[in-house]
Structure formats: structure tokens, C-alpha cells
Ligand binder design. Sequence first.
Ligand code: FAD
Length: 175
Amino acid sequence: MIRNGRTSAWTCPTTTGAGSSCSSPARTPRRCSSPRRYELLTGHVPDPTALNIVRARVYTHHSRVAARFLDGRICLVGDAAHLMPPWAGQDMNTGIRDATNVTWKLAAVATGRAHPRILSTYDTERHAHATAMLGLSDTLGRVLSSTSAGAARTRDVLLRALTRAPQVRDWLLEG
Ligand SMILES: Cc1cc2nc3c(=O)[nH]c(=O)nc-3n(C[C@H](O)[C@H](O)[C@H](O)COP(=O)(O)OP(=O)(O)OC[C@H]3O[C@@H](n4cnc5c(N)ncnc54)[C@H](O)[C@@H]3O)c2cc1C
């Protein structure tokens, strides 16, 4: 369960399970039936029926990075360059960093303050970073969505212990 900023809105990514009524073989997101939403939350919160569920969607995610972000006059930024699973909340953040990286370089070249070869650093800098963020997201996903009861228990005990330290708790909640 992920708190969105300092508000009382929470995001709760949960796996639907193979063959369940909410699993989606198609790429098109489908709605998750109301009883099934509460069933999926059982074990995560004391009383799922007490929750006001604002939205529940079934969607798939991908782990992909383009071979290169720059080819001649074509520059890939954001989801066109990389697709990540949601676990680390890094896909849009990575896209914003892409845009920040390439736009000042383009402006510098266009105004004659930098040589055009500076643009090639966009690919080397951003490709490596996006690949690292994808690795982080995949690793976090394996930890958060473990289907092994023992591994999940160990993770929960460890995280509960770690979050007793206010600094660690703040770091985890604020990302
Ligand atoms: C459920 C969910 C939760 C997420 N949570 C997070 C999170 O917590 N943190 C995070 O960092 N990221 C998150 N993301 C990822 C984030 O939403 C995307 O990484 C981000 O929106 C990508 O932005 P973008 O501008 O690169 O691409 P898009 O948002 O896909 O924008 C591309 C735009 O181009 C338009 N377009 C497409 N083809 C054409 C065309 N031929 N001509 C003109 N226009 C066209 C599309 O209509 C669209 O408006 C989440 C995604 C999902 C689905």
C-alpha cells in the first residue's frame, strides 16, 4: 500500500492471481468487480469493507528500455524510451529527468552555446540511468509481490523493524 504524498489517498497495487476473475489476459484494462476488490485486500487491512475504494483497475506493465535513445535527429524521451512496472514509481520521474537532460542541451546547441556533439551525451547518460531505474523497479517488484509466504513474512518483519526509525520511515513513505 503506497501513500500518495501527504494526503489520505492510498494506492494499493495487488496482484490478481492467475486465473482469478480479475486477471486480464488482454492488454485493455478492465474493471475489477466490487466483491473481488475486497477479497483481494483481505489480509492486507483489518476490515476491507470499511475502506472507501475510489478506483480499482486491472492493468499490465512492462520492463523495457529502447536500444538507444538517440538516432540522428530522433530523440526518445519518457515512455517512448522506457516502460517500467509501477513498484518504484519511477517511470514518469525518469521521463522528466530525460526531458530535463535533453532540453537544456538542445537550447544550448540552438543558441550556439554548445557544440552539437553534446547531444550524444543524452543517450549515454539517460540510457544508463533508465536501465538502473528499471532494475530497481524489477527488484522492488520481486520483493513486494513475493508469492512465498515465508519470504513475505520476513520482508514484513524487516520493514516493520526498519520503519521504527523515523528517518527510514520518512524515506520509505516519501520515496
Ligand atoms: C497506474 C499507473 C501508475 C503510475 N504511477 C507512476 C508513479 O507513481 N510514478 C511515476 O513516475 N510514474 C508512474 N506511472 C507512469 C507514468 O504515468 C508514465 O511514465 C508517464 O505518464 C509517461 O509520460 P509520457 O509523456 O512519456 O507518455 P504518455 O503519458 O503516454 O504521453 C504520450 C502522449 O502522446 C500522445 N500521442 C501518442 N501518439 C501520438 C501521435 N502519433 N501523435 C500525437 N500524439 C500522440 C498520447 O495520446 C499521449 O498523450 C504510472 C503509470 C500507470 C499506468
